[in-house]
Design a protein around this ligand. Structure first.
Ligand code: MF3
Ligand code: CO
Ligand code: CO
Length: 263
């Protein structure tokens, strides 16, 4: 069933989404021990690729619209869609790793920030506020609320703390498709936009910049960076609207939320 072009998932669909979400999240738990100075982002990608296949799943990004890798790794001033390569991690780096797994036909999409060594106070603050703003958006996600309520909650938390919200990328419906309706903007006004109903499944994945919100895409056609080269951070959860609120499909089995992990 659909409502306004948005798929309404059943309880048995939720089962499939739960398993796919758990795998993406488990993958991010697994990779945390490898995120250390000296490793290349390509090496991290390879570990994620092999781990995903070992769980009888497929990395959704590999070959997606020509994207060449099994995850996105976005370092420092990279906003999103960073392509793993020969760059070695160094002390003070902050990075987002975004993993999407396809398990039994269901997509699980999850991303987190990681830190290498000791990042600046400003970088840690950006990471904390980005995590908090995602969670504010999730708290606003319940039947009867609107997409605008979610966007507003995220934007207000970020901007009250002097960080900017990226406009050029948004959360998305997900299920048996990677990117589906609705678009979930990370800014907005209370009461505006589509009304939420049980069974709707989408991601909330705000990107916050330490400077201005403007981004540009590099010549590789993927890597989005801040125009002013300020630091950027992102977290992503995949949620399903329930009768009473929402279920987060991508909670960490290890209990990890924001860095440092397992310190
Ligand atoms: N996982 C990303 C998202 O949150 C999408 C990455 S698509 C890629 O929607 F092609 F850039 F990998
Ligand atoms: Co996503
Ligand atoms: Co993602």
């Amino acid at each position: 069933m659909t409502k306004g072009g948005v798929v309404l998932h059943t309880e048995s669909d939720f089962e499939g989404l739960r398993e796919a979400g758990r795998l993406a999240s488990e993958t991010l738990d697994m990779i945390s021990a490898h995120v250390q100075a000296g490793i290349t982002t390509d090496e991290l990608d390879k570990i994620i690729h092999d781990y995903t296949l070992s769980k009888n799943a497929v990395p959704a990004t590999l070959g997606y619209r020509g994207y060449p890798k099994s995850c996105c790794i976005s370092l420092n001033h990279v906003v999103c869609h960073g392509i793993p390569g020969d760059r070695k991690l160094v002390d003070g780096d902050i990075l987002n790793i975004d993993v999407t797994s396809i398990l039994n036909g269901w997509y699980g999409d999850n991303s987190r920030m990681y830190v290498v060594g000791a990042p600046s106070v400003k970088a840690r603050r950006l990471i904390d506020v980005t995590y908090e703003s995602m969670m504010k958006g999730i708290e606003a996600a319940k039947p009867g609320a609107t997409l605008g309520d979610i966007g507003f909650a995220i934007q207000k938390w970020a901007e009250d703390r002097r960080f900017s919200i990226v406009r050029d990328f948004c959360g998305h419906g997900i299920g048996r498709e990677f990117h589906a309706a609705p678009n979930v903007l990370h800014y907005g006004k209370p009461g505006e936009g589509m009304k939420l109903e049980p069974g709707m499944v989408f991601t909330i994945e705000p990107m916050l910049n330490a400077g201005k919100h403007d981004v540009k895409i590099l010549d590789d056609g993927w890597t989005a960076v801040t125009r002013d080269r300020s630091l950027s951070a992102q977290f992503e959860h995949m949620i399903g609207i329930t009768e009473t609120g929402c279920e987060i499909f991508t909670l960490s089995p290890a209990g990890y939320t924001k860095p440092p992990y397992g310190a």
